[in-house]
Design a protein around this ligand. Sequence first.
Ligand SMILES: Cc1cc2nc3c(=O)[nH]c(=O)nc-3n(C[C@H](O)[C@H](O)[C@H](O)COP(=O)(O)O)c2cc1C
Length: 199
Amino acid sequence: MKKKFIVAITGASGSIYGFHLVSALMKYPVELFVLMSDSGRQVAAHETGFKSGSIAEYLEQTGGVFHEQATLNETDPADSFAPVASGSFQHHGMVIAPCSMNTLAAVSNGITSNLIHRAADVCLKEKRALILLARETPLSLIHLKNMTRAAEAGATIMPPSPGFYARPKTIDDLVDSIVARVLDHLHIGNRLSARWPQA
Ligand SMILES: Cc1cc2nc3c(=O)[nH]c(=O)nc-3n(C[C@H](O)[C@H](O)[C@H](O)COP(=O)(O)O)c2cc1C
């Protein structure tokens, strides 16, 4: 059976993390469900070359090469009847990259007003991997408490704050150093970024 993953891109700065993650996962024979919030689409249009439309097309236009058995299901976050809404739909983990403080607040308080929140809520109740690339700076006490609540419920809080010990040369290097850690947590072997100690 192909491994199945969910990636959600929300309206925090750093849509590039979500796009690189989707591209990286699509290099494996996986079934991927990708959701973008409305704010995620707007911020991505501002920060990247993404225009409203297909994520797969955008990634292919920008050089993404996918595994021939990989499939990408672009799922409407308003579609509460989609597979990812149900705990009976089995998958191998969900990543919200980047994760806005709004979405973090919803997830950490069990509010499921869209399919991204619902799919994350399902991960927590079903004890499946949920990784939040929570992005804001500075962090208020409310943000910190919401991160703690989500972590206590089983989520992995992985702020996209890259290390510099691999001496990154480009923005892509920085982004991929975070995406590599996400793949590690999804148990996907990868050489996307240098490991310590460096060979
Ligand atoms: C250019 C831009 C950058 C933003 N960056 C952040 C951010 O880094 N973190 C955050 O929590 N919200 C950020 N926001 C605000 C969110 O987009 C906003 O709170 C939105 O309601 C989040 O909705 P969502 O969680 O459904 O995606 C940003 C908004 C804009 C327009």
